[in-house]
Design a protein around this ligand. Sequence first.
Ligand SMILES: [Zn+2]
Length: 427
Amino acid sequence: MQRFTYLLLMTVLLASAGMLPAQTFDKWFLDGVMRLDLVFAGCADETTYALSGVMKEPFYSGPRTSLIDPFDYGDHKFQVRDAASGELIFSHTYCTLFREWQTTDEATVLRRSFPHVLRFPWPKGEVVVEIYDRDRSGKFVKNWTVKLDPASIFTDPVIRDEFETVNLEINGPASEKVDLLFLAEGYTANEMDKFIEDARRSATYIFSEEPFKSRHVDFNIRAVKSVSHDTGTDIPGEGIWKNTVMNSGFYTFGIERYLTTMDFKSVCDVAANAPYDQIYILVNTDKYGGGGIYNFYSISAADNTASRAVVIHEFGHAFGGLADEYFTSSVAYNDYFNLEVEPWNPNLTTLVDFDSKWIAMIPDSVPVPTPPTQEYTGTVGVYEGGGYVAKGVYRPMIDCRMHSNNAVFCPVCSKALVEMIDRYTAR
Ligand SMILES: [Zn+2]
C-alpha cells in the first residue's frame, strides 16, 4: 500500500513537472512527426492562422518522458489534445519572426503573411491542435484550433528537399540528447567540404563555453548538406540578391546586421532530412550578422571574425529562451517589452514579479536595483538596462554573453540553459 502511494505520488509529481513516463508516449504516439504547415497573416495587432498542409516526417527527436513543455516561455504555445478524451498529450512553447515583425513600424501600416510550421510526434488517433499567442498582459490566449486525423489520405510523407546528412558527433539516442542540426545556406555543391568544416568549427565555439562545455556529451550534432544555387546571401542594402535554398538575407526589418530568413517552411523542408531539436543555419558569408529565435532557429555568418561570439549568443536565444541584455544597439522593435508585465525570458525582469526570477541568486549584501559600479562587477544583482531599453528593464549582471560579445553567460543565463539541457536529456 505504501509502495502504491509512493508510486502514485511520484506519478503526480512527474506529471506536474511535465515529465511523463515513456509508456505515455507509446499510448498516444508512434514514431515520426506530424507537421502542420501554416500561414501567419496579420498586422501589429492582429494574428490569424490558416492551414496550408499536413506532412509526415520520419524523425521525432524530442524527449519521450517530457511531452508537456515545462517552461512558461515564448510568445506562442501549441497544445495537442486527444480528440476523443480531450486529454492534453503534448505542448511546446516557441517564438517566431512574425511576432517580432509585429513590433515594427511597418506592421502598423501593412498586413503581411509569413509561413510557419508546427511539429509533434505522430499521433495514433485524431487530435485537436490549439495555438495560443501571448497577449500584451503576458497571458497565453487561444487563437486557433484545428482537428487532425492521422488516417487522412492528405498527409504528405515526401521529403521535399532531399540532401545528405553528416553525423558530426553522436553521443546517444535522439530521444535522450539535445539534437543540434546545422543547415547549409548559400553553399553551392562545390562548397560542401567548406560547410562541414564551418559546421564543425561553429559547434566547437558553442562547446568551448559553459554551460555547454560541461554538458557536451548531452548533445548530438549533425549537418545537412543543403545545396544552394548561389554562394552567399541577400544583402538588400547593397542591391545583392542570391538564389539560396532557405532565402536568407541581411537587413531584416531594415537592420543591416539582422540576418534571418522569413521562409521558415523552406528551413523545415531542409531540416526534415535529420532528427533535430534545434536548427542552426550557417550562412556562407563573412559579413557580420545573425539572429536567434526561441525554438525557431539560430542563424549566423560562418566566416566573420566575430562569428564565435555570435554563434554562442544566438544559440542562447534559440535554445534557452534568453533575451538580449543589451540596450545600446539600434533595433527595429517598438516597446518590445511591456514594462507593466514581467517578461517571460529567464534573464530579464521589469521588477513587476521579480520573486519569480533570480532573486535567490543575489547575495544579501547586494542592493536591488544594483548600481553598475566596479564593486559589483561579476556579482549577480539587478542592473537597469536590457531588452533594448535603458530604463525599466533589468538584467542579472553588468556583463554577460547576452549583453556583449566579450563576456561568458552569467549565472542566471547558465542556470536557464542547464535546465533546458536537463529537460531534453531526462529519461
Ligand atoms: Zn545573462
